[in-house]
Design a protein around this ligand. Structure first.
Ligand code: NAP
Length: 250
């Protein structure tokens, strides 16, 4: 069960909703009452998530889109707005890693991570700005990472993208503040998903020891933070970075 925040009648778009944290965010928003447009590249997985959302009695639309390609982003936002009848909540969650030490990092590894993890959120915020400005309860939540706060060896591209996303969040919070749109970031630590499972198990075990809670987070624990920021109780919070990491980055 999620936090008791009522999002009935709200219309949300979640990127990277086919798996991991994004799937859990889409389901948690729907459990709180929202209709959800689910964006990712894997359409069959998106359809599974949408079926679960419809079973909760909400509207759901699956949108196949590479978030790193602005023309596809524009089309996805247009379709989401048309199918849901507007947009109140944008969650930029889609992300990839292509880890390498700086000395070995290839240009294509740098470019792909910046395109998906930083250009993607920018393109969605731009494409969604008009429908969000028409909403009376607009929210943008960008999923960053503790890597964007601390840096992380082997993740120069990813850390730079996630730090950039925090700066973009604060910029949008300033630009949209006068129009009533709350723009915040969530910075997860290690969360049990495909992304974290791709890390060397020895590195993961060592990392776990540095977390005060001595365990990795669960996707629902990030989703609950997003539902909070999307709800009315967070209406005076903007430009904030909510760290969800079991104490890792403090
Ligand atoms: P994940 O399990 O690998 O899932 C990534 C999601 O992003 C998938 O739904 C994937 O969908 C989507 N995606 C990737 N590239 C895309 C693209 N080009 N266009 C559209 N969708 C794309 O990762 P996760 O752990 O859930 O991560 C979610 C977010 O949390 C990411 O931004 C990540 O950086 C951040 N985060 C994760 C952790 C962690 O420990 N797991 C920690 C800090 C921050 P398709 O494969 O269907 O395209």
């Amino acid at each position: 069960m999620s936090l008791s925040i009522d999002l009935s009648g709200r219309k949300a778009l979640v990127t990277g909703a086919s798996r991991g944290i994004g799937r859990e965010i889409a389901l948690a928003l729907a459990e709180a009452g929202a209709d959800v447009a689910c964006v990712a590249t894997n359409l069959p997985l998106l359809e599974e998530v949408c079926a679960k959302i419809r079973a909760l009695g909400r509207k759901a639309v699956a949108l196949q889109c590479d978030v790193g390609v602005p023309a596809q982003v524009d089309a996805a936002v247009e379709k989401a707005v048309a199918e849901l009848g507007g947009l109140d909540i944008l969650v930029n969650n889609a992300g990839v890693t292509k880890d390498n030490l700086l000395i070995r990092m290839k240009e294509e590894e740098w470019d792909r991570v910046i395109d998906v993890d930083l250009k993607g959120p920018w393109a969605f915020m731009k494409a969604a700005s008009r429908p969000l400005l028409r909403s009376k309860c607009a929210r943008i939540v960008n999923i960053s990472s503790v890597a964007g706060l601390m840096g992380n060896a082997g993740q120069g591209n990813y850390s730079a993208a996630k730090a950039g996303l925090i700066a973009l969040t604060k910029t949008a919070a300033r630009e949209y503040g006068g129009r009533g749109i709350c723009v915040n970031a969530v910075a997860p630590g290690f969360i049990e998903t495909d992304m974290a499972r791709a890390v060397d198990p020895k590195v993961l075990e060592a990392a776990k020891e540095t977390i005060p809670f001595k365990r990795f987070g669960r996707p629902r624990e990030v989703a609950d933070a997003v539902v909070f920021l999307a709800g009315d109780t967070a209406r005076y919070i903007t430009g904030h970075v909510l760290v969800v990491d079991g104490g890792l980055a403090m």
